[in-house]
Design a protein around this ligand. Structure first.
Ligand SMILES: [Zn+2]
Length: 304
């Protein structure tokens, strides 16, 4: 098995802060006292260090107004992880913003990361995976290597149902279930089709055929390592590159925010950390894990 060259794969971490969850789930303003940067990101670094994995952190620009956060992010970059753009303020319904607002969100995040960390971001992920053709054009124009906002799985449909229950606007786009599962150059006229753009779309991994979601929160929701292994095997068997997402919230302490309901928080922190160690080992057995950037640069099926 070791003789066979492993396929490339990437683990990424969306650094949405705890106050953002309160805002989006309960419409409530809270102060999280920098737990995301001060406690959660260092916990991720520790696990990645132990597993010797380089990952991609999707950064929200406004968090870098805080000087301590800048220091922590410098450490993240120093340890070889990639910093990517997750907009400046993580607005809801990103795709419904005007073209100017979208560009502003992308540029402001890019600028603040460059200003404080000295890193030019080449990757983007839209808040809540809400991407559209216009945003891709903006990223293409700005010379981005990739976007990683499409999630061609049933999760989009499930998420839209949750949004409706929360009385938020929701879009139902069933076409997403036919979008490619592998990294590809999209078409200028339709993000879901292969085409001539230079930018690469690297969809979040989903299980072939059934299009079952495959990311950290979904694992905590199903709590099934069996389903995780079956899904990972099905994806690896198709030689699909891996694009697995974790969220900083998943390593939150047990009782800091007792009223916050989230699938990952029904398990004690120790158990969640154990699950992370186990799934990273499983992924490492089948994939050569790296940052999204280097995973794509080493993908010979792409025009780079
Ligand atoms: Zn996010």
């Amino acid at each position: 098995m070791e003789n066979k060259e492993k396929i490339g794969g990437a683990v990424s971490i969306d650094t949405d802060s705890v106050d953002m969850y309160y805002k989006s789930i309960y419409g409530k303003e809270i102060r999280e006292n920098n737990i995301t940067y001060g406690v959660l990101i260092p916990r991720f670094l520790e696990i990645l260090r132990r597993k010797q994995i380089k990952a991609t952190f999707f950064i929200i620009g406004k968090h870098l107004k805080n000087r301590k956060n800048q220091e922590i992010l410098r450490q993240v970059a120093k340890e070889g992880h990639e910093l990517a753009n997750h907009t400046y303020s993580h607005p809801k319904n990103f795709s419904s913003l005007t073209k100017e607002q979208k560009e502003q969100e992308i540029a402001a995040c890019e600028d603040i990361i460059y200003k404080h960390i000295g890193v030019k971001t080449v990757g983007f992920r839209a808040p809540e995976w809400d991407i559209d053709d216009e945003s891709i054009q903006i990223l293409e124009k700005r010379g981005y290597l990739y976007d990683s906002s499409l999630y061609p799985s049933l999760f989009g449909i499930m998420n839209s149902v949750f949004q409706l229950i929360r009385r938020h606007k929701a879009k139902f786009d069933f076409r997403v279930l036919q979008y490619p599962l592998e990294a590809y150059h999209p078409s200028a006229t339709g993000l879901g089709r292969k085409g001539d753009l230079n930018i690469i779309e690297f969809p979040v991994s989903a299980v072939p055929v059934f299009r079952l979601p495959f990311h950290g929160t979904f694992l905590f929701w199903t709590r099934s390592m069996g389903l995780f292994r079956c899904s990972l095997n099905a994806i690896a068997r198709k030689n699909q590159s891996l694009n697995y997402i974790l969220h900083t919230l998943e390593l939150l302490d047990d009782d800091t925010f007792p009223d916050l309901k989230h699938p990952s928080l029904s398990l004690p922190l120790k158990a969640r950390q154990g699950i992370y160690m186990e799934i990273l080992d499983e992924m490492k057995k089948r994939y050569k894990l790296s940052t999204i950037k280097s995973c794509l640069l080493n993908n010979e099926g792409l025009r780079i």
